[in-house]
Ligand binder design. Structure first.
Ligand code: AHR
Length: 318
């Protein structure tokens, strides 16, 4: 397994790569714009394509798999040189990936996984999503120590690999801690608005929030929405209810600097850099990349200069 250890800090130091394949056309089927992280990934993909002189055909699927399938078919019909796919859910891709393979167009998966056979795509760029959930769970177990902790969980998009894997990783990390229990778990679809709405229902069902010790959100945007709900319920997020989430977007660092969130696990939005490196090697001499190119997952807490991290991230595609 290749590890592409590019932290957000390292991204600052990256200069434009030599345009080895200038003029290539890349089709990019993006999920939508459900989160700040997603918007940053879109911006950075456009930037990386421009740096390398590629023509990027961008398609926003607005969270719908059928739109992604239609976009891929259109890319195949146009005869693009490669396709980037951020798959909204994990299943249902076999036929369209076979069509791309038949047309000899390499497909690179970005940030989410599919259940299809590995020979249907060139490589997948992403983090270890199970590990992200484990890191969040281990942090929480360490933070609460021996005291009892009733946890509420905001899941990502149903059927998506990060929702499945982040849940599994977190559960594995807390399973030997009898004092930690997930008492409510529901999807917030990775959005701020639904994160707030679902958290309001959790608070109502849990004695106005007084019976909740911690929130685990599968992304920062849902956590930010939930923080608002906790404040409106008259409680202090970060103190009365601990908040741990995943992504590392600027707004969660601001919340951490304000004492309203406690920890986040960073996911780099720069998936396009390693994707284009893999494609260029493949185009040059047929080099086959590893099937999974892993990005770094780092835990940040309130002790890690969240105000500084907020400032640093503002220019990085967010
Ligand atoms: O697939 C990555 C996830 O998708 C991010 O964590 C989330 O913010 C986005 O919607």
């Amino acid at each position: 397994m290749t590890r592409y250890l590019m932290s957000t800090a390292a991204m600052l130091a990256v200069s434009a790569s030599a345009a080895l394949a200038e003029g290539e056309t890349i089709g990019f089927s993006q999920i939508g714009s459900e989160s700040g992280w997603r918007a940053a990934e879109t911006t950075l993909t456009r930037t990386r394509a421009e740096e390398r002189g590629y023509q990027l055909q961008f398609s926003d699927a607005q969270q719908r798999q059928e739109n992604q399938i239609a976009a891929i078919r259109s890319f195949v019909a146009q005869g693009v040189d490669a396709i980037l796919l951020a798959p909204v859910v994990a299943t249902g891709w076999d036929s369209v990936l076979e069509e791309a393979k038949e047309a000899e167009i390499p497909v690179v998966l970005l940030d989410r996984q599919v259940d299809s056979a590995e020979d249907l795509y060139l490589t997948a760029i992403g983090s270890n999503l199970v590990h992200e959930g484990e890191v969040a769970g281990e942090w929480l177990a360490g933070e609460v120590g021996e005291r009892d902790c009733r946890i509420v969980e905001l899941q990502g998009t149903t059927g998506s690999s990060p929702a499945i894997d982040r849940k599994a990783g977190f559960e594995a990390a807390i399973k030997d801690h009898a004092n930690l229990e997930i008492v409510r778990s529901q999807t917030g679809d990775f959005t701020r608005a639904l994160g707030k709405e679902v958290m309001e229902s959790f608070l109502q069902a849990e004695n106005g929030g007084k019976d909740i010790c911690a929130l685990y959100a599968h992304n920062d945007d849902m956590a930010v929405g939930a923080i608002q709900a906790i404040k409106e319920a008259g409680l202090k997020p970060g103190e009365d209810i601990l908040v741990v989430s995943i992504d590392g977007v600027p707004d969660i660092f601001q919340a951490m600097a304000n004492g309203e969130a406690n920890a986040t696990v960073e996911l780099t939005p720069d998936m396009a850099g390693p994707a284009f490196d893999a494609l260029e090697a493949y185009w040059a001499d047929g080099t086959m990349p590893e099937k999974f190119i892993q990005t770094e997952s780092r835990l940040y807490t309130q002790a890690d200069d969240p105000a500084g991290e907020y400032e640093r991230r503002k220019g990085l595609g967010y």
